[in-house]
Design a protein around this ligand. Structure first.
Ligand code: PLP
Length: 444
């Protein structure tokens, strides 16, 4: 019988061929680090709803979901129509538009803590601006960040990352204070000890959109109280969780209001886009006051060629208005619940150490046993990280790809509102076959 790797090579000759050329063009042969794969990544041609196709004609049930952007699936007809209409009216009018007002209102309708906002082109820009606003508003320099939490790739966000960080001046990381994730006492110690703390930023369901979770409800509430008492700005990075873990993101699901929220992915309906929003007096650090001293010396400067661009605006507004008025999240959550229970059943049936956990439409698989409630994993972060780095986890991903299922990173299923029982049940069967193949390869 062919190994998983042999099967992967045999099924994807077109991808292998393209990777040879791409390797001459791009470092590592890819255009995003998480797409890097050996012996080669897969090349896709198109997607529709919950499915996508590769250059060899293989069909996949897709759980990468546009790195989390596609809660409404691929090529949603209403979004496609809105974008097509806007393309014929102009992709960049170099001016303010009705579309950006509609987009902002759609965001505010879902996230009550957002009084005002500014648009960006990505989540990285949004977290960079959130940190700068917090520093400007408080007149303090330092930002607390949680270990392993991901906020994009700018110099400040890379502090406390589980990735390498050459090229980042120590002067920048020196303004970041990294604390263990989920430890309220550690945050309190820093705030009490250091009078120069402007803000704390975090992924509100834990690092890597809940791969390394904490006791969310209590931790978020504790952080809210602590920061409010000490004049520290609380920033929720809802780039992935926004509009997914509830229509109003983590903050509405857990009933905790941050001062600032960063958004990207779903916010732009599958097109590039990001935003930072929150308390008006903080966001208004960007506002002109028609006072030369303020405008030239104190105001936070914010240009950006594609800020609020009309294509992203109509895609984002259309997506968010659907999320507000249709059972988009309920559908995705129900399919994710079916999938999570199916994945756990397979692992139990095959007697393979492992479990699937997660909330709403986000599922993480860990190939190690745990007696958690399958929503919030209680295993140590070190153990989860070690298990996710194993050869068995890589083989699981590849084994799924060989059977027409593509997952986010190596262990995450991001479910959309277009996944139906048909796709979920196909996925559960593919998972059973893939895990049987991982065992046959001697990796479990
Ligand atoms: C929580 C979080 N913040 C920020 C970012 C950066 O967003 P972008 O890739 O749009 O720059 C990401 C990207 O995955 C993310 O997951």
């Amino acid at each position: 019988m062919a190994t998983i790797l042999e099967d992967y090579i045999a099924k994807h000759p077109g991808s292998a061929q393209r990777y040879v050329e791409a390797s001459k063009l791009f470092p590592g042969g890819v255009t995003h680090d998480t797409r890097y794969a050996q012996p080669f990544p897969l090349y896709m041609t198109h997607g529709e709803g919950p499915r996508k196709w590769d250059v060899d004609g293989n069909e996949y049930v897709d759980y990468v979901s546009g790195h989390g952007a596609l809660l409404l699936g691929h090529s949603n007809p209403a979004i496609a129509a809105a974008v097509a209409r806007q393309i014929s009216r102009g992709t960049h009018l170099g001016a303010s538009t009705d579309e950006e007002i509609r987009w902002a209102n759609a965001i505010r309708a879902l996230i009550p803590s957002i009084e005002k906002l500014r648009f960006h082109s990505s989540g990285t820009e949004a977290t960079l601006m959130a940190m700068r606003l917090a520093r400007a508003y408080t007149g303090k320099d330092k930002i607390i960040k949680l270990q392993d939490h991901f906020h994009g790739w700018h110099d400040y966000a890379m502090a406390g990352s589980d990735q390498s960080t050459p090229g980042i001046p120590e002067a920048n990381t020196g303004t970041m204070v990294v604390v263990p994730s989920g430890d309220l006492g550690a945050v309190e110690d820093v705030i009490k000890r250091d009078p120069n703390i402007a803000a704390i930023i975090l992924e509100p369901t834990g690092a890597h959109f809940g791969q390394l979770p904490f006791d969310t409800a209590n931790y978020l509430k504790g952080l809210r109280d602590l920061t409010a008492q000490n004049g520290v700005i609380l920033i929720f990075d809802e780039v992935v969780t926004g509009f997914r873990v509830s229509p109003g993101g983590s903050q509405v699901r857990f009933g905790v209001s941050p001062d600032l929220t960063t958004m990207a992915k779903i916010v732009a309906g599958g097109l590039p886009g990001g935003a930072v929003g929150g308390k008006a007096d903080i966001i208004d650090m960007i506002a002109h006051r028609n006072d030369p001293d303020w405008d030239n010396h104190h105001r936070v400067y914010h240009p950006g060629t594609f800020n609020g661009n009309p294509l992203s605006a109509v895609a984002g507004a259309t997506a968010l208005e659907m999320i507000a008025s249709e059972p988009i999240n309920a559908n995705a959550d129900a399919m994710a619940a079916r999938l999570k229970s199916g994945l756990n059943d397979v692992l139990g049936r095959l007697e393979i150490p492992g479990h699937a956990h997660g909330i709403a439409s986000i599922i993480h698989v860990v190939l190690a046993d745990c007696d958690c409630d399958r929503e919030t994993c209680t295993m140590s972060h070190a153990k989860i990280a070690a298990t996710n780095g194993s050869a068995a986890t890589t083989a699981m991903k590849r084994g799924l790809q060989n059977r027409g299922v593509d997952i986010m990173s190596r262990e995450c299923f991001l479910v959309s509102s277009t996944h139906t029982e048909k796709e979920i049940d196909h996925t559960i069967s593919a998972f059973q076959e893939a895990m049987t193949a991982v065992r046959a390869d001697g990796l479990i």
